[in-house]
Design a protein around this ligand. Structure first.
Ligand SMILES: [Zn+2]
Length: 223
């Protein structure tokens, strides 16, 4: 079987329109000539998330693949348990829609897309530092997934995780280094209430984001 080698100048960014993946988008643009974005649609909190992602992709002139992952809703606790229990509220007051191994699934599809467009590089904004949370966001898993994707398709993919060891303050610092602090600050969506930029200021995502930003701005002002 003759193998065409992957293009080392091409990259696929797993992209949600939030702070982290938008910072990854600009990191990718700095390092690779040709960048494409992939967004997974799976019953996000707000349709606004998809619209924000589309808007950013358009503004940056990047090809944007939106993949329908609505089948994930069949695997949420809500869908599996709705007959015998009430909808559980998590700490952040959102219905519990977490799907185990979600990142495993997303990276598999990002890998299949990378294969189709012959891109060697896959970029994801996962991070071990701020959330102890999901095992498939940890560095050890990503390294394992890199091997698995390469074996599965007989290609030498490279998964990049520029945010893996950064806290929120350092992620803002990275966006500043990339010259896009204000762009990320005012055009991305992390708020659980669907408010772009600074957000509602009340939900856990807004609080985490603001804490990191304020810490970074304070540090920057002091220097
Ligand atoms: Zn909010």
């Amino acid at each position: 079987m003759s193998q065409q080698s992957l293009d080392p100048n091409k990259a696929v960014v797993v992209f949600s329109g939030g702070q982290d993946s938008t910072t990854c988008l600009f990191w990718a643009k700095k390092h690779f000539e040709h960048v494409e974005l992939v967004t997974f649609q799976y019953g996000q909190r707000h349709d606004t998330e998809i619209e924000v992602a589309q808007q950013i992709a358009q503004e940056q002139g990047l090809k944007h693949h939106i993949l329908d992952m609505s089948l994930l809703s069949q695997l949420t606790p809500n869908a599996l348990t709705q007959h015998d229990m009430d909808i559980e509220q998590t700490d952040d007051d959102m219905p519990n829609t977490f799907v185990p191994a979600r990142n495993l699934l997303f990276l598999s599809f990002a890998g299949a897309l990378a294969y189709q467009i012959n891109a060697k590089n896959i970029i994801t904004g996962v991070c071990e530092t701020d959330f102890s949370g999901y095992p498939d966001c940890r560095d050890s898993f990503i390294k394992s997934m890199n091997v698995t994707l390469s074996l599965a398709m007989d290609k030498d993919f490279v998964i990049h995780t520029p945010l893996m060891w950064l806290d929120k303050k350092q992620t803002w610092a990275l966006s500043d280094d990339l010259g896009v602090l204000d762009y990320v600050r005012y055009n991305t969506l992390t708020c659980y209430n669907g408010i772009i930029g600074t957000g509602c200021g009340e939900c856990p995502a807004c609080k985490l984001r603001a804490r990191g930003l304020n810490a970074y701005l304070a540090e920057k002002g002091a220097n």
